[in-house]
Design a protein around this ligand. Structure first.
Ligand code: NIG
Ligand code: FE
Length: 449
């Protein structure tokens, strides 16, 4: 089965658990992990995405084991069952996970990893009290990155992206969504999406591409913003859809950036061209973004710091996923974070993402889990659910990744900690022991095993 081609494996991924067990019953593993103190399987028994109380159920297997053939999981259960099922001595690679935690690989469903130029100078402006929109109005922020990204070659963008992906992988991310949005011309948006396509081919991590031409009004359209919307609708979306360069279309819907009306127009066009809708909403001001998200049945929405109750209720009813990005208020030094507890009470499915971009730069989903627990009061179990199975749902890949189940991709993390509560507790350092992506050990900090 081709590793990068999810489609070819689809029949297997949606087969019943019984069928999968049958299919793999006589297959010998080439890699096993055993003796895990806590193996978080995060199974999809409740259907996906998870909401409310089901966000807390991790389906933990004590003294857990997992067997892998090629890029797929062929067994998961207690270690003694693994030992009686296979001839242990004959298994080529064995990982002893005594005192360790095993979880599904992190899925990061909202990132802006393709850019050139850094913005560390803006940190001092933020420390002096300048706001995000003030920095943007002064020609900094997104627009500064746009200038540098337009000038960069495709090769440079791939090189920058590769560095970020390597670091993401070392912190346990195994699949991510990646957006364009720093080109804002047809040509340079396509250049960014091509960089994502190349990285998906050459790098072990899987990338899901999103077109974000509506990230800012480019300076050359300042006095005629509607002309830029026309360009997105009549040229960018058709071209990008035709070339198969994106799966999703996103819009930065915010006061002074793209209005509700403009966002609706762009996303309706995107849907007609087969792109799935998602939106940045209500980050700085409540513009009724949550209501729009439910109206157009967005798959996921980002930020939601200011969303009103009516909009949140509508999102819960429509099953729109709230992808919370606590790294952003942290980097903007805000007191407010998204109201995660209220959202969970309302039954909104929550995912977590880094939002990696030149304003908010972390590759670490471990850091995001820490922020989610300390600032949004998620429990560790809820945060882990949000960073795995629910974030897989946010990019619609829950049939292949996000949980450890027979027939799913062998994307997982071995942590050098005894249980999941250590993830936010022992914070600010990399707790990874090994990262396994598509059945291969690609990160190994524990060379003694
Ligand atoms: O999600 N809010 C819009 N876009 C990004 C920030 C991009 C940037 O500042 O470069 C975000 O936070
Ligand atoms: Fe973002």
């Amino acid at each position: 089965m081709s590793r990068k081609n999810f489609k070819r494996g689809t029949n297997l991924f949606v087969a019943s658990t019984y069928m999968k067990k049958e299919i793999f019953s006589n297959v010998e593993p080439d890699l096993v992990i055993f003796n895990s103190n806590e193996l978080v399987s995060m199974n999809t028994r409740y259907g996906a995405p998870r909401t409310g109380e089901n966000m807390s159920e991790l389906a933990i297997i004590k003294d857990g084991a997992i067997a892998i053939k090629d890029d797929l999981i062929i067994f998961i259960g207690p270690t003694d069952e693994l030992m009686s099922k296979y001839e242990f001595g004959k298994i080529p690679t064995k990982v002893d996970a005594t005192n360790k935690l095993v979880t599904p690989g992190f899925v990061d469903p909202h990132t802006h990893i393709i850019f050139d130029g850094t913005r560390e100078n803006e940190l001092s402006m933020k420390l002096e009290g300048k706001t995000y929109l003030e920095i943007l109005k002064a020609g900094g922020g997104i627009l500064r990155t746009v200038r540098k990204t337009r000038e960069a070659t495709l090769e440079k963008l791939v090189e920058n992206g590769k560095k970020i992906l390597d670091r993401m992988m070392s912190y346990g991310t195994t699949t991510l969504e990646a957006k364009s949005g720093y080109g804002l011309t047809t040509e340079s948006e396509i250049k960014q999406l091509k960089a994502i396509q190349i990285l998906n081919e050459v790098h072990p991590l899987d990338l899901i591409p999103t077109f974000l031409g509506a990230h800012a009004i480019p300076p050359e359209y300042n006095d005629k913003p509607d002309k830029y919307i026309d360009l997105i609708i009549s040229e960018m979306i058709p071209k990008i859809a035709e070339e198969g360069l994106a799966e999703f279309c996103d819009v930065f819907c915010e006061k002074g950036i793209f209005s509700i009306k403009q966002t609706r127009k762009i996303l309706k066009t995107a849907i007609r061209y087969g792109l799935k809708p998602q939106i940045h909403i209500d980050e700085i001001v409540d513009t009724n973004g949550a209501l729009l998200a439910s109206e157009i049945r967005a798959i996921q929405t980002g930020h939601l710091l200011k969303s009103n109750n009516e909009g949140l209720k509508a999102m819960a009813e429509a099953g729109v996923i709230a992808t919370l990005l606590p790294g952003t208020p942290f980097c903007l030094m805000l007191d407010d974070y998204a109201p995660a507890r209220k959202m969970i009470d309302l039954g909104i499915p929550i995912a977590l993402a880094t939002d990696l971009n030149p304003n908010c730069w972390t590759e670490s989903m471990q850091m995001i889990i820490t922020l989610a627990c300390y600032h949004m009061k998620l429990s560790t179990a809820e945060a882990l659910t949000a960073a795995t199975i629910n974030s897989a749902c946010a990019i619609q890949k829950q049939n292949e990744i996000g949980s450890l189940e027979i027939g799913k991709r062998a994307d997982l993390i071995v942590f050098d900690i005894p249980n999941h509560n250590f993830l936010p507790y022992h914070y600010g350092v990399n707790l990874v022991s090994k990262v396994i992506k598509n059945g291969k050990i690609l990160v190994d900090y524990d060379l003694s095993t």
